[in-house]
Write a new protein. Structure first.
Length: 156
């Protein structure tokens, strides 16, 4: 449950590979544990995408990813808080309340588990992510970006 996943959910081409989402199920924190299980179960490199808020729910799974040397890459979109709630509140009330988060340095945290991790920005995301996905074992990519949600199609 992150704005990036909402965009992907709307634009994913299933002919290019599987896509699983807890969309609409209140699945905050679903991405990394589910991707870890998929990587171990399928033997295929798997990508998890979550926001920084949702990532806070899955930090313990870094230990399992390292222990099992799972081929899983975790893309964490770090916008400093609950970005989708910012969008909803701004749209409805023209202001936000309690959407900012205290959070760890995700790169340093992954490193503490012996997992390679690096920061990136939107301009370098493609290359950074391709490199992480091509490297065996677990990895973390932290994208510093504030994303915006698209307008509901029923309002256009």
């Amino acid at each position: 449950m992150t704005i990036a996943a909402y965009w992907a959910w709307s634009a994913w081409d299933p002919r290019e590979g599987g896509f699983h989402s807890a969309q609409g199920s209140g699945g905050l924190g679903f991405a990394f544990p589910a991707a870890l299980a998929a990587a171990v179960g399928s033997g295929r490199h798997t990508l998890a995408v979550s926001g920084d808020g949702g990532a806070m729910y899955g930090i313990a799974e870094l230990a399992a990813a390292r222990q099992h040397d799972a081929d899983v890459t975790w893309l964490i979109v770090d916008d400093g808080g609950y970005g989708i709630l910012r969008e909803y509140m701004t749209d409805a009330f023209d202001r936000t309340t309690a959407t900012e988060l205290a959070r760890p340095d995700f790169v340093a945290l992954a490193g503490a588990f012996g997992i390679p991790a690096r920061h990136t920005d939107p301009e370098h995301l493609r290359d950074t992510l391709a490199e992480a996905l091509a490297t065996p074992g677990p990895s973390v990519v932290v994208l510093g970006a504030t994303l915006q949600m698209f307008a509901p199609t029923h309002l256009s």
